[in-house]
Write a protein that binds this ligand. Sequence first.
Ligand code: KG4
Ligand code: ZN
Length: 345
Amino acid sequence: MKDIYILAIETSCDETSAAVVKNGRKILSNIVASQIELHKEYGGVVPEIASRKHIEVISHVIEEAMNKSGKTFKDLDAIGVTCGPGLIGALLVGVSTAKGLAYGLDLPLVGVHHIEGHICANYIAYSELEPPFLCLVVSGGHSHIIMVEDYGKYEIIGQTRDDAAGEAYDKVARTLGLEYPGGPAIDALAKEGDKNWVEFPKGYIDGHPYDFSFSGLKTAVINHIHNLEQKGEGYNIADVAASFQKAVVDVLVDKTLMAARDLGVKKIALAGGVSANSALRAEFKQRCKREGMQLYYPPIELCTDNAAMIGSAAYFDFIQGRTAGLRLSAYPNFPIGEKYLLDER
Ligand code: KG4
Ligand code: ZN
């Protein structure tokens, strides 16, 4: 079979990224221009600033991705782009650029769901990995347990009722005076703290065994700190970080493994920015080993937003003939597993 080369673009949040991926599994280049420094002073992503920065750098990022890949535009088989979910203005920069390239180069266009991209990062990390498997997707905007039934075929088993896991990390970090993004900062600080300092609530929801809720946990952490401050009692922020992290990790691992047991699945994959978390990885490793389950997780640079994962997802759509027309738009609330937008894609 002929090799398939896809140029992929990702601009759904605060990373401008372009990649060239071969056959959905091999990275030839993966350039990520992070805007974190720009958003730090605001404590989170400012949508308007994100869109403007994407416009400023996208052509350079694509040029660099092409140069690094050793391929030319003539070698490409398709253009893949994240079309949702995400920030509308940010998404539009990537989608418009991809449409322009597809039109100019006369190449097929593939619209990719951002979460599908996160899941597909595992196909790059493990060339032998094939569906079916159960995937925990935890990022700044999502916390889902997803059954990957086949390439491009997903069923949502559980999801968050309120905040995403990464959002909880970012908000608790802000309360502790740590820099944005809070995940890596809490991850590092927690290593020096006592995870049994306080047992924070884990947000189990009656009648919905696979769903998550993180806003109660975030509030519990903030209230606990304020109570101590009001009483004039000191505390060690490393202990707060470690105890908060334990509550998040325990609930993510418990529910994912419970879903895997109930569904009779033996393969578990992790995806999204929060899956870079060292405590989460360590706990999954230990528990999966004990339960005889196979565990997969991408290297850290493929956990957070990048275009290579979008190139992988685009490949599996492309070989199944699921390409988009030039009417493709940006869909800020694009639900995974629902293909109703396909006609329009
Ligand atoms: O997947 P991602 O790069 O962007 C979204 O699609 O949202 O995820 C970003 C999120 C942020 O909330 C960040 O704090 C979190 O992932 N994150 C982490 C770690 N690294 C990034 N959370 C916990 N531990 C980490 N090591
Ligand atoms: Zn993401």
